[in-house]
Ligand binder design. Structure first.
Ligand SMILES: Cc1cc2nc3c(=O)[nH]c(=O)nc-3n(C[C@H](O)[C@H](O)[C@H](O)COP(=O)(O)OP(=O)(O)OC[C@H]3O[C@@H](n4cnc5c(N)ncnc54)[C@H](O)[C@@H]3O)c2cc1C
Length: 461
């Protein structure tokens, strides 16, 4: 490999100047000082160069990559977990909110799930409910068909830029440390990892810097829809204000455990397969690995306690089985990367419209209280009555680094607006738009903000 095919990354002080290892995987680390060790500077192989690189394969990332691929861009999709879908799959969230007014890929994914018999067979109202395993395989098929290069088990860890423009990302995986060159990058990590590593400014949490609680979700079986209908949040229940939640909380308490979330809910998929959300872990930061680990362990332990509580009631719960828990706990919010426009609470109140709209959000404000003690007293809407509003493409374009877009929950918005646009119908729809803009920008050698909006040919109606 020639020298220009290597990306030099300075990872350590000049003091650690041991000769470069022959094997790409080898790392040279100097003897520890008091609280740090020094890594030697080394050269990282550039695996390949792409038109569009998408980091994170949640609802936003898969949609972005599929659309970029379909628009003719050479596209790479990187994901740290072992499947595509993000919270939809590795998080066990089977519930697509704000999907009704979405055409494009959101509609296509719903149709694809119906064809695979992976769509809910019980009425769920305006929310689209699906089978996680069918979603996994469908997203893989769609990505491969769109000629997207998928790399699983690969974590984005660093970014390189020249004259303020992102040029490469660096990843870690079983294959060691690798670099990937790109023209346009899209951060769909949910947590804004790429933007943060590239040096972008961001906001986190409410005005006191506190984020909403995390939740460990799970799939259950061994029960029959008709026998536990009173405890299920189906279409009929949603229409009358979801009294099922109170009944479910009381049932779990009767079985011996008070759930950490005061409004637990059971979401139907099939007659004998449901998703359960009954856990809240407060005060943890989604960008801190130790905190996410602690929340995951606590959340999973509580899910088992809840299952035991319900099983102990006997009757329709007697054969209740826990089928799967999320690979990691569901993180509702983390970094909101500064963009060229910041979607605000005011946009929700006004019902803002933009010429460069990438998504029309119809879902309201849904803030899960940041403190346990406020859970039953604070309104989810935070006193904000929202109208359907648009997200402009400018809030998907990073302000501090060139050549970088965001899609999904890490776009530029304030605390209240985020709690509304973050749901997956919107994440996927804005992801698809970002993929198209990125592909056009790469094709024409432009920055995303310089792509002529009429060329994007995008509609939110
Ligand atoms: C508990 C909970 C309940 C929710 N309930 C609903 C609901 O009922 N309906 C609804 O529509 N929405 C719901 N949401 C919101 C919704 O799930 C998220 O806002 C949505 O998934 C955002 O999509 P995303 O693609 O931006 O992020 P994510 O789904 O979080 O996907 C991000 C992806 O990036 C990957 N990734 C992260 N960091 C890296 C890295 N450094 N390198 C490589 N890959 C990386 C992750 O593994 C993941 O696959 C809920 C969220 C939570 C947490």
């Amino acid at each position: 490999m020639q020298r220009r095919d290597f990306l030099s990354a300075t990872l350590a002080s000049a003091a650690a100047s041991a000769s470069l290892p022959a094997a790409a995987l080898a790392q040279t680390v100097s003897a520890p000082a008091a609280n740090t060790i020094s890594e030697a500077a080394r050269e990282i192989p550039v695996v390949d160069t792409y038109d569009v690189i998408v980091c994170g394969a949640g609802p936003a990332g898969v949609a972005a990559a599929i659309e970029a691929g379909r628009t003719g861009a050479k596209t790479l999709l990187l994901e740290v977990h072992g499947c595509l879908g993000g919270v939809w799959t590795s998080g066990c969230l089977t519930w697509i909110i704000d999907n009704k007014n979405k055409k494009g890929l959101v509609a296509e994914i719903k149709d694809g799930l119906r064809l695979k018999k992976g769509a809910a067979t019980v009425p769920t109202g305006s929310t689209f409910s699906f089978d996680v395993e069918q979603m996994k395989i469908l997203l893989e098929e769609l990505c491969l068909k769109a000629n997207v290069t998928v790399r699983l088990f690969t974590r984005l860890v660093s970014a390189a830029q020249k004259d303020g423009r992102l040029t490469h990302i660096v990843t870690e995986s079983k294959s060691g440390r690798e670099a990937w060159g790109g023209k346009i990058f899209i951060d769909c990590t949910g947590d804004g990892d790429l933007a943060a590593r590239a040096g972008c400014n961001f906001d986190y949490g409410d005005s006191a810097g506190q984020g909403q609680p995390m939740s460990m979700l799970c799939l259950i079986s061994g029960v029959k829809y008709n026998e536990i209908k009173d405890f299920i949040r189906d279409e009929a229940d949603s229409k009358v204000g979801s009294p099922s939640k109170k009944r479910l909380e009381e049932a779990i308490i009767k079985g011996g455990h008070k759930p950490s979330y005061a409004r637990p809910s059971l979401h139907p998929i099939y007659d004998d397969l449901l998703m359960l959300m009954a856990n809240h872990e407060y005060g943890y930061n989604g960008t801190n690995a130790s905190q996410v680990t602690e929340a995951t362990l606590k959340g999973r332990a509580e899910v088992h306690q809840i299952i035991h509580s319900l099983q102990s009631l006997g009757g329709p719960w007697e054969n209740l089985r826990l089928m799967a828990t999320g690979e990691q706990i569901g993180v509702r919010e983390s970094r909101r990367i500064h963009g060229l426009y910041t979607v605000s609470r005011l946009d929700l109140i006004k019902g803002s419209r933009f010429e460069d709209a990438v998504c029309r959000v119809t879902f309201g404000v849904d803030v899960h209280s940041v403190k346990k003690e406020d859970e039953t007293t604070t309104q989810y809407s935070r006193g904000t009555s929202s109208k359907p509003y648009d997200i402009p493409v400018r809030s998907l374009i990073a302000k501090d680094v060139q050549g970088l877009m965001m899609a999904g929950r890490c776009i530029s918005g304030d605390f209240v607006a985020h709690s509304s646009y973050r749901v997956t119908g919107n994440a996927a729809y804005m992801g698809q738009a970002a993929g198209r803009v990125a592909a056009l920008a790469a094709k024409k050698n432009l920055l995303p903000q310089h792509v002529n909006w009429s060329d994007v040919n995008w509609s939110v109606e």
